[in-house]
Design a protein around this ligand. Structure first.
Ligand code: NAD
Length: 496
């Protein structure tokens, strides 16, 4: 049993809070640690230290900040297996999946190493007689990050590497369910030579989040989590005058056209629907085959694959997926399966009875497949965030597009087809932020930005990539006149 500490001003500090949250091993159901739910004073202290440290870091030449990022990158790559094990221990995902998560987070650090190029600004000579204009992007000061449980290393890395490379200091509030991966990354960043106070971690729950949102010295906050909390965080943060981005939940549809390669589509659906036990914001949770024949073929291809999913703890090298994050979440997912059955969906594979010898108390749910799901059912409308795939049958491509447009979420989507016209039309018209053409999980690489539309994202900016530079800096535009020897009287008309 371990008790986590906060990371403030380059040191690990035990919390004085009398409130703690339990951390579990999801595969065994055992309590393995506890995390403090920090007090307002502790958050204020982290922010104050971050505020003191930031000016010197922000003034440092970007190339020198990049050198620290290069060292951090090297340390992450050398410790990737340990970091992945740290993720799996508290989150439950398979080791291979955790390594994949680390790799995608590390890509953002690689991108952040190029920060001098990104901060170059623009210059226009002779905007008027002997007048030049240049623009520069300056750091905001102290910025905050609040992150979910499902990617305990990658999602924080969507935020702090770019924020810090831009010259800000950062206060992270990781998920209280699996906070240790961020602590390990913090140690590595410190070892890379990051000055004290630039990257701080405070643990906590709603109370810590509220303090971060209200704190006058935090200038911007990035949030990733569920939609109701994202909306709340966005509203409260903007009311407090902060720059905000809040990414929320999802219900991602994949259209399977009659001409699609059925093997390829079914295999893609297996990985995208059941990988990480469905606990991904870019998981495909709705398959939309076009036409009855396509639907019958798809369900026939999926059924044996779902039945033979290999489910186990992260230490099982052969496992395709692991347990869910908590007992409460396991119960919620099981309840959704009950609801789907009661609402009249056809339960093709039922994951409710799943049990694993030696891991009877783990938070496992077996792979579940529903066919003939309709728009009014809760299993269609809600984000279940578990290994439950719904098939919604549609007769035409146009009906499938309407279905997607009718959903409140618009994070990711995909189409599987050999028809270039349909694919191009889909990419053009679909009102969803990230689109895959024969690619089931179109998470953009680190040099493009990530972001959903509609109720999957609140705020104007995408996360990581070029949009992160805009979000974590503010633009200043300077107009200069040299030489000053040009004589001019007072001008009362607007300068032109
Ligand atoms: P969550 O919304 O429960 O928690 C996210 C963060 O908010 C945590 O740090 C948590 O401590 C904090 N929080 C929880 N309740 C709060 C409250 N009432 N007030 C203020 N803060 C609160 O999300 P989760 O269960 O950890 O993560 C899963 C969700 O995250 C899913 O909905 C998933 O789709 C979403 N997600 C979205 C993306 C994306 O990029 N859009 C990526 C990953 C996860």
């Amino acid at each position: 049993m371990y008790t986590l500490k906060n990371a403030i001003d380059g040191k690990l500090v035990a919390s004085a809070s009398d409130r703690m949250a339990d951390v579990f091993n999801p595969a065994t159901g055992e309590k393995i640690g506890q995390v403090p739910l920090s007090t307002n004073d502790e958050i204020d202290r982290a922010v104050e230290n971050a505020k003191q440290a930031q000016p010197a870091w922000g003034d440092m030449p970007p190339a020198r900040r990049a050198r620290v990022m290069f060292k951090f990158l090297d340390l992450l790559n050398r410790n990737i297996d340990d970091l992945a094990r740290e993720i799996s221990r508290e989150q439950g995902k398979t080791h291979e999946d955790a390594v994949g998560e680390c790799t995608r987070g590390i890509e953002v650090v690689e991108y952040a190493c190029g920060i001098p190029q990104m901060l170059k600004g623009e210059y226009s000579r002779n905007v008027g007689p002997a007048i030049d204009t240049f623009s520069t992007r300056q750091p905001l000061g102290v910025v905050g990050g609040i992150t979910p449980f499902n990617f305990p290393a990658m999602v924080p890395m969507w935020m702090y590497p770019m924020a810090i490379a831009c010259g800000n200091s950062f206060v992270l509030k990781p998920s209280e369910r699996d906070p240790s991966a961020s602590m390990m990354a913090w140690e590595l960043f410190r070892e890379a030579g990051l000055p004290d106070g630039i990257f701080n971690i405070v643990h906590g729950d709603k109370s810590a989040v509220d303090r971060i949102l209200d704190h006058p010295d935090i200038k911007a906050v990035s949030f990733v989590g569920s939609t109701p909390i994202a909306e709340y965080v966005y509203t409260r943060g903007t009311a407090a005058g902060k720059r905000m981005q809040a990414l929320g939940g999802a219900k991602n549809h994949m259209i399977i056209m009659p001409d699609a390669d059925m093997d390829q589509a079914a295999n893609a659906l297996m990985g995208a629907g059941y990988g990480a036990a469905g606990e991904r914001c870019m998981a495909i949770s709705v398959a939309v085959p076009i036409g009855e024949e396509t639907a019958d073929k798809l369900v026939a291809a999926l059924k044996p694959k779902v039945e033979s999913l290999r489910i186990g703890p992260s230490t099982d090298e052969n496992a395709d997926m692991g347990p869910l994050i908590t007992k409460a979440h396991q119960e919620k997912v099981l309840d959704y399966i009950d609801q789907g059955e009661k609402a009249g969906a056809e339960l093709v594979v039922d994951g409710r009875g799943f049990s694993l010898q030696g891991y009877e108390n783990g938070f496992f749910v077996g792979g579940t497949l529903f066919d003939r799901v309709t728009e009014d059912m809760s299993i269609y409308r809600d984000e279940i965030f578990g290994p439950v795939l719904s098939v919604v049958r549609k007769n035409t491509f146009a009906e499938a597009v309407d279905l997607i447009h009718g959903h409140e979420y618009a994070n990711g989507t995909a189409i599987f087809t050999r028809d270039g016209d349909a694919a191009r039309d889909f990419a053009d018209r679909i009102e969803v932020g990230m689109v895959g053409i024969n690619v089931p999980i179109p998470v953009p690489v680190a040099y493009h930005s990530f972001g959903g539309w509609k109720r999957s994202s609140f705020g104007a900016n995408g996360i990581y990539g070029p949009e992160a530079v805009n979000f974590y800096t503010r633009l200043k535009t300077i107009t200069t006149r040299w030489p000053t020897g040009v004589k001019e009287g007072s001008v009362f008309a607007f300068p032109s």
